[in-house]
Ligand binder design. Sequence first.
Ligand code: C5P
Length: 177
Amino acid sequence: MAAAVVIAIDGPAASGKGTLARRIAHERGYAWLDTGLLYRAAGMIAADTGANPADPVAAAEAARTLAQRVAAEGPSALDDPRLRGDLAADAASKLSVVPAARAALARVAAGVRAQSNVPRSSRGRRRSGWPDIGTVICPDADVKLFVVASAEERARRRVKELQGRGQAAIYAAVLED
Ligand code: C5P
């Protein structure tokens, strides 16, 4: 059996990480894991209970709850359309600065990888000081990609994505954001 190939993909918001990961996965027959979804799901668990996702105790608890759900339900634990929305992005961003939550989610990601016997690709967004796709989740990645695009191109992509979900989006506001 051929050895698994791990490709870690990082980069700023809306730069094309997901598109690239999906295309590589499709073309090569690889599985792929969107680690951002883990942060979004844990953030929403905290937000749904009325807690502040930036609170260290609430964030760590939410990450542990997500770990239990993923262990029990598998990928369907991440099957919530709300996770693609701004609320989830905001909650994820707040939760992601809590080291205990990051550690718990890195274990979830490692568990998801370990459960599969097919090669996986993975993606995630680099936040200053947290380049953990290539170092914590996939330290053994055979290939590490950092995707970049201009702010204008990223805003254009984000507007298209939002409109595709039926949400109104104004290019100038998205670019400013
Ligand atoms: O990539 P996505 O927009 O889904 O990520 C949501 C948030 O989760 C990011 O803004 C970041 O704060 C956090 N995140 C992270 N590390 C990852 C993936 C996501 O800190 N590997």
